[in-house]
Design a binder for this molecule. Structure first.
Ligand code: SF4
Length: 568
């Protein structure tokens, strides 16, 4: 069977299995491991759109394959692949090393093939990307399905002209770089993500390759799936590369575009056919207005599925809204990120609500039957001193006390790491927010991400926190929060002890690496790899806490197969 396009997803650092890297508490609050093996949902959308146009597209998550099998030879695997076109996502900046190294391997073994990059970070750094001779094209923007189809037509069917493909930046055979107008920013996305989950299931069957399609390493054990509600955001969080301002300046999108309530619920129904794992609805439903939120919720209520839902709030919600969520999604989980206990800091970073509003929402959510309520705080914000971070932990104590150690309330804190997003207000206007940007270019970020300790990957400091203080304050704050979890019996003592052990080991290791670096003793750092890997892979209490309690979470292989064959 011939394949027209292979979409590859790289690990954060290509040779993570060889390099000594202490990751620190960077990815503890998200499903992927520190290798950031999760591929962007856009890959499934592009694959489905192109399949509808008659192309055979395969997704290969090489990061997951490398993580699952230490002996897996990624280069030999790439060498065996056959396609005239390869695509690599550089969406999240953490993949800046892995994605480009993978591009070099693809071109080494497939010099005739064309190589396309896409994603937010590709859009931001498209000029620098095209300096790499391996990369032929960069498709810019948040909606590249149609430009991608036109590019496929051009390369495979000899139809159309490269100069006319919107959003495309490319290098011609003489090495000249061309930039086509960046004008494809659709205000209607009803023609994408029509049946992308169904298409994934069909592709798994077609290529007999489930592992390459799994979004994260442990997905088969804990199959959490995300549903996108929009492209763009109404909010302007200073630290976020997906904010309204970032979309305007970097991706030419003036305002977010929303999927219809029917499309959102169609995704939910598709997922429920192959998995009864949790479904994460991405984006606050109220962004498109109360009517939109009500429509989604009433459709979910009418089309009940057994999966548990995780929803996010960008700002406090009324009791009535929370009650409507509980009717539509019984046993729902909720996430909210005030980032700091201090309303002044919240205001500066773009979350201008009071602690009273926050606590009212938390209380109401628990009252109406929220099964788990996750509240996230962050380290590395404007005006935040080490003392302010510790005050946030005191505030966590207050919250746990106020809600009487309700086990459904889970509080988390983590550093803003490794990067302040390029394109975010903080990165673009650091002087307004007290940030000091340490790396600006793609090359600098690529060098930083392979540093032996996460302190050296951080691309920023603030007027109030040096990189050393961010590291020390992070470990101290997470340790104190861990102790609070024991005090209020939120997690079992055994789990808290494990966490403490890991945190202390990681903190000690960070200091040891500092010391060795100051003596330029790189050989000794290399020798630490087994120990550093043990710390990196130690079970993380936060990750366990963030999983929805699994009554009988499982995939439904037979239903999925039936679905792929019949489309029903
Ligand atoms: S962090 Fe803020 S700006 Fe970014 S997606 Fe979330 S709500 Fe929008």
């Amino acid at each position: 069977m011939s394949t027209d396009l292979i979409l590859l997803h790289a690990p954060s650092v290509y040779d993570f299995r060889k390099k000594t890297i202490l990751y620190g508490p960077v990815s503890d609050l998200i499903p992927p491991s520190p290798v950031f093996e999760m591929y962007p949902i856009g890959l499934t959308s592009i694959a489905e759109y192109l399949e509808r146009a008659g192309y055979q597209v395969r997704i290969v998550n090489l990061a997951v394959r490398m993580l699952r099998d230490r002996k897996f030879d990624a280069e030999a695997f790439i060498k065996r692949l056959k396609a005239p076109i390869f695509g690599i996502d550089l969406h999240w900046m953490v993949h800046c090393h892995g994605a480009i190294e993978m591009a070099k391997i693809v071109k080494k073994w497939h010099p005739e093939a064309k190589l396309i990059f896409g994603g937010f970070s590709s859009t931001y750094f498209y000029k620098e990307l095209l300096e790499y001779p391996e990369i032929d094209y960069v498709l810019r923007g948040d909606s590249t399905e149609e430009p991608f189809r036109q590019l496929m037509d051009c390369i495979i069917r000899n139809k159309g002209e490269l100069e006319k493909i919107p959003n495309l930046a490319w290098r011609d055979s003489r090495g000249t770089i061309h930039e086509n107008p960046f004008c494809h920013v659709p205000a209607d996305i009803s023609d994408v993500m029509v049946n992308h989950y169904g298409n994934v299931v069909r592709s798994v069957v077609r290529y007999r390759d489930l592992i390459s399609y799994t979004p994260v390493k442990d997905w088969l054990r804990y199959p959490i799936t995300a549903v996108l509600t929009c492209r763009g955001c109404t909010q302007n969080c200073v630290i976020c590369g997906g904010s309204a301002a970032a979309f305007r300046h970097c991706y030419n999108r003036e305002k977010p575009v929303f999927r219809s309530p029917e499309a959102v619920v169609r995704d939910v129904r598709q997922i429920s056919r192959f998995s009864n794992g949790p479904i994460f609805i991405l984006g606050d439903l109220r962004q498109a207005g109360e009517d939109y939120a009500s429509q989604v919720l009433s459709l979910l209520q009418k089309n009940r599925v057994k999966n548990q839902f995780i929803l996010e709030l960008f700002y406090p919600a009324s009791r009535d809204f929370l009650r409507r969520i509980s009717l539509a999604c019984p046993d729902f989980c909720l996430e909210i990120s005030p980032e700091s206990h201090d309303p002044e800091i919240r205001k500066i970073i773009g979350r201008p609500y009071s602690s009273q509003e926050l606590e009212q929402t938390l209380g109401d959510a628990l009252d109406v039957g929220c099964r788990r309520l996750d509240v996230f705080f962050m380290i590395g914000l404007p005006r935040q001193t080490p003392q302010s971070v510790m005050d946030t932990i005191d505030y966590c104590d207050h919250l746990l006390d106020r809600f009487k150690g309700d086990k459904r309330l889970s509080l988390f804190i983590s550093p803003l790491a490794p990067f302040l997003d390029p394109g975010s207000l903080g990165f673009e206007h650091p002087e307004c927010y007290g940030y000091h940007i340490l790396f600006r270019t793609l090359k600098e970020h690529r060098q930083a991400i392979v540093s032996p300790s996460w302190k050296y990957s951080l691309n920023y400091e603030t007027d109030w926190l040096t990189r050393q203080q961010i590291v020390d304050t992070s470990y101290e704050a997470i340790l104190r929060l861990n102790q609070l979890r024991v005090k209020y019996r939120v997690i079992p003592e055994r789990l808290a002890k494990m966490s403490e052990q890991r945190l202390r080991a990681a903190w000690g290791m960070a200091r040891r690496i500092d010391d060795l670096l100051s003596k330029n003793n790189i050989e000794e750092i290399d020798r630490l790899k087994p120990e550093v890997d043990r710390i990196n892979t130690f079970p993380v209490a936060e990750k366990i806490q963030l999983e929805v309690p699994p009554p009988f979470i499982k995939l439904k292989p037979l239903q999925a197969l039936w679905y792929s064959l019949t489309g029903r």
